[in-house]
Design a protein around this ligand. Structure first.
Ligand code: ATP
Length: 512
């Protein structure tokens, strides 16, 4: 079995074992691509959401929040283009009866070409050492040039065919490239068809007069329809942003990658309203700003890259993904889209209401352009969780499993551990616990030998452990142990709060 698969399996089983993620309705054998978050998962998810919200809303004078309903007037989805165009190209394998997204099959093929090029580059780097000029090598090495040109041509052709809705050509491309069913190797494909991803539901008591509704497939439209409400009541001036987090629903064709692709998931989106003509400036700004935010979590610069879109969605004039190195390779984590004035104009047309900004300096009305940043909270969770989980060999040869979550988002910030369950140590530990709990989510544990308790907290992702021992009773000091370095030091009880604060404060992390 490939190593990546092993890592991914370990991620899934660790997430379950430590109360991070369970299959939905597991006692009924689960529901495909729907998941529940356990006692640790809910905290990690909340902390990631808060970290995003603080960086977007609290840190920007001109960005405010919103919480729009999941159910919206059905015309919303006609106006946004989702009824007509929120489709994925679907293809079935006739032999295996497995269903795939045609564009994903092609993208995976293109990614393999990229990996071949990367291999050549790594080999050359080793051979030439310090004198290696990577840019020149990429531009001139015949093999690398061939791989990358092929990749580009494939993605371009796919983009154009999808744009023109030429599904026959998408199938032709799959056949020409000899793409086989990844699970069975069969090349017997059906035609490519379009499949609408929205979940339908009904509003109303009786079947005759019920209204057809959709569960929102993105949170963005709730922001667009409230654009004027927020602009007027918040007295916002362009440029300004509206941020929102919340559930979205998509009837995904293929959903076999744990919480990477779910049918019910959470998005964190921000729509930034700008003057027409200034959108590319802000698009570049948000591309960089969002990448910096991800980097602030400290998971390693090498695990992120941009992917500029060849195929643009119906509403966009520029789009890029921030991709992350998941256990199954680089995939989209966040999308940055320059959405033009498509959405506001479409809602103006369908509602008959004006959605314009009056520019007091120019003394004119205009429909603003929009730059969107959209990140999946569950995908972010998977990125952070999977990169933090590791097995480490210790000096004595033993292995410890440790979840090196960024402390700012760790579910439990500290564990309070009396060395033994007697001699007054639990009483002191409880006093410390009762003081700290006002400021941090912490835990108390007095069961098992101290070494086992440390390991339990390591696997749980708790950044700091404070141990109360017999000396504490006389010197008022505790031992603090750091999850990542395993270093221990003695500190006075009255410095514990500061110690935790230094480790977890949003300010320290966002400023990195
Ligand atoms: P993909 O190409 O992977 O289907 P997308 O381009 O359709 O994603 P967007 O519509 O740009 O995704 O949505 C913005 C973000 O929402 C994505 O970057 C991703 O993090 C998240 N997201 C989208 N679909 C899902 C899903 N099914 N499950 C979990 N997160 C999702």
């Amino acid at each position: 079995m490939a190593k990546q698969e092993d890592i991914f399996k370990k991620v899934i089983s660790h997430a379950k074992e430590y109360g991070y993620i369970f299959s939905s309705s597991e006692i009924y054998d689960g529901l495909s691509a729907v998941y529940d978050y356990g006692h640790n998962g809910v905290e990690l998810k909340k902390n990631l959401r808060d970290y995003w919200w603080q960086s977007m809303v609290q840190m920007h004078q001109n960005i405010v929040g919103l919480d729009a309903a999941i159910l919206m007037h059905p015309t919303t989805w006609k106006a946004s283009g989702h009824v007509d165009a929120f489709n994925d190209p679907l293809i079935d394998n006739k032999t295996s009866k497995k269903r795939y997204r045609a564009d994903v099959l092609i993208e995976d093929y293109a990614e393999k070409l990229q990996q071949k090029a990367n291999k050549e580059i790594t080999k050359a780097k080793k051979r030439f050492g310090d004198s290696f000029d990577e840019a020149q090598f990429i531009a001139t090495n015949p093999r690398v040039v061939k791989y990358l040109e092929e990749k580009k041509a494939i993605l371009k052709r796919m983009g154009q065919s999808l744009e023109k809705e030429d599904l026959a050509d998408v199938k032709a491309l799959i056949e020409e490239l000899g793409i086989a069913d990844p699970e069975t190797g069969s090349k017997e494909w059906t035609d490519v068809r379009q499949f609408n991803l929205m979940f339908g539901t009904k509003l109303g008591a009786s079947a005759e007069n019920a209204t057809d509704l959709y569960l929102r497939p993105e949170t963005a439209q709730g922001i667009f329809v409230n654009f004027l409400n927020v602009q007027k009541t918040g007295r916002m001036k362009i440029p300004f942003g509206i941020a929102q987090t919340g559930k979205a629903f998509r009837n995904e064709i293929v959903a076999r990658q744990f919480i990477f692709r779910m049918r019910e998931f959470e998005q964190m989106e921000m729509q930034y309203f700008v003057q027409p003509g200034e959108e590319m400036k802000w698009y570049e700004y948000w591309k960089q700003t969002r990448l910096n935010w991800h980097l602030s979590l400290g998971l390693g610069k090498e695990n992120y890259r941009y992917h500029d879109h060849d195929k643009l969605a119906h509403y966009a004039n520029a789009a890029a993904d921030i991709e992350f190195n998941f256990p199954f390779g680089f995939k989209e984590l966040e999308g940055i889209h320059s959405r033009t004035d498509f959405d506001l104009k479409a809602h103006e047309e369908h509602s008959g209401k004006k959605l314009q900004f009056f520019d007091p300096e120019k003394k004119e009305n205009y429909v603003p352009y929009v730059v969107e940043t959209s990140v999946g909270l569950d995908r972010l969770f998977l990125a952070v969780f999977s990169k933090s989980l590791m097995d480490e060999q210790l000096e004595d040869g033993s292995i410890r499993t440790v979840l090196k979550l960024p402390a700012v988002v760790a579910p439990v910030k500290a564990a309070i551990l009396p060395l033994v369950k007697k001699d007054g140590l639990p009483e002191v530990a409880n006093t410390i616990f009762d003081d700290l709990k006002w400021d941090f989510n912490i835990t108390y544990d007095e069961k098992d030998a101290i070494g086992r308790r440390y390991r339990r907290q390591d696997a749980n992702g708790t950044p700091l452990c404070f141990t109360i021992d017999h000396d504490t009773l006389t010197d008022n000091q505790v031992t603090v142990r750091d999850r990542d370095t395993m270093q221990q030091e003695r500190i006075p009880i009255n410095e514990i709060k500061l110690k935790v604060q230094e480790k977890v404060a949003v300010k320290h992390w966002l400023k990195r």
